[in-house]
Design a protein around this ligand. Structure first.
Ligand code: PMM
Length: 286
């Protein structure tokens, strides 16, 4: 697949001649602590800068865990976690994406200099989200989502996962555009692991080319997810812990970049940054 046909461009974001790498900074108590309830802005900003040094093109800052079964964090706490980190990274010249389902967090992060809103609910969780993104003329990630983390696994029922994700994503893109977000600023994301079993995630990764039918740049976020744990463990063994899934994540980065994804969202940047460069070099040699 040619790079031009494959990747697309997002109005309002820098352009790369390869798949972009988005590094993840989760500002949640379990992310930067010694296992207890301690975490701070400085550590999160430092981590974001390390990701940039390792080759991240953007840094995605989030203050709410979306793992299956995770309870929601309240708005004040999410703002308290996210905003200082967004400010700190922006002041260092980093392109910051904000990972939030709340319009208030998106709005204040954009004011602080974030360049992209990454809403795992695709604008469904907070009715104020689409108007805020539209008013700010900000780029917006529309992810496939069927509801909050609590109860997510019960919604992982599909007859044809690729077809249904395509249909549901198309509807969300239409709704978001109807709500005033410029179509050139919309990215799509299959939402791996969100209301999906391992087989569903694998089918989506196998058919990323079909998701390109939506005509919008594609973000793929497989990093450390359960389906990779399942693949690595095989049928009977218990899956390796999340931190031991980074090589598998880089493998998906290679697949995604080869399938023409616009970007990948990863916790460990170095291997994916290398992978997207290899894919670019190979494409150039075709
Ligand atoms: N997954 C998580 C968080 N944010 N954003 C997008 N666009 N796509 C995703 O699949 C996605 C996301 C959950 O992963 P983490 O909590 O391990 O970072």
């Amino acid at each position: 697949m040619s790079t031009l046909r494959g990747r697309g461009r997002v109005e309002g974001l820098p352009e790369w001649d390869r798949c972009a790498v988005m590094g993840v900074v989760n500002v949640t108590p379990d992310s930067f602590s010694d296992g207890g309830h301690w975490f701070d802005t400085t550590a999160a900003v430092k981590h974001g800068l390390e990701l940039v040094a390792e080759g991240a093109d953007l840094v995605d800052v989030g203050g709410e865990s979306t793992r299956p079964g995770a309870p929601r964090v309240d708005e004040a706490e999410e703002l308290r976690r996210v905003l200082p980190v967004v400010r700190g990274l922006v002041s260092e010249g980093v392109s910051v994406s904000v990972d939030t389902m709340r319009a208030s967090v998106a709005e204040q992060s954009l004011t602080a200099g974030a360049v992209l809103v990454n809403d795992v609910s695709g604008g469904l969780a907070d009715p104020a989200m689409v108007p805020v993104v539209a008013a700010a003329n900000a780029p917006f990630v529309v992810m496939h989502w069927r509801g909050f983390s609590e109860g997510m696994n019960q919604r992982a029922v599909y007859a044809d996962v690729v077809g249904e994700v395509l249909t549901e994503l198309r509807q969300r893109v239409e709704a978001v555009v109807e709500g005033g977000v410029a179509p050139e600023r919309v990215l799509v994301d299959p939402g791996l692991g969100f209301a999906k079993q391992a087989g569903h995630d694998l089918a989506l990764v196998a058919h990323l080319d079909r998701l390109r039918e939506l005509g919008r740049p594609l973000l793929v976020a497989a990093s450390r997810k359960r389906f990779l744990g399942r693949v690595l463990a095989g049928q009977d063994a218990s899956p390796p812990p999340a931190r031991e899934r980074d090589a598998a994540t880089a493998a998906v980065t290679t697949l995604a970049a080869s399938a023409g994804a616009w970007g990948v969202r990863v916790h460990e940047v170095r291997a994916s940054a290398d992978a997207v460069r290899v894919v670019r070099a190979v494409e150039a040699a075709r």
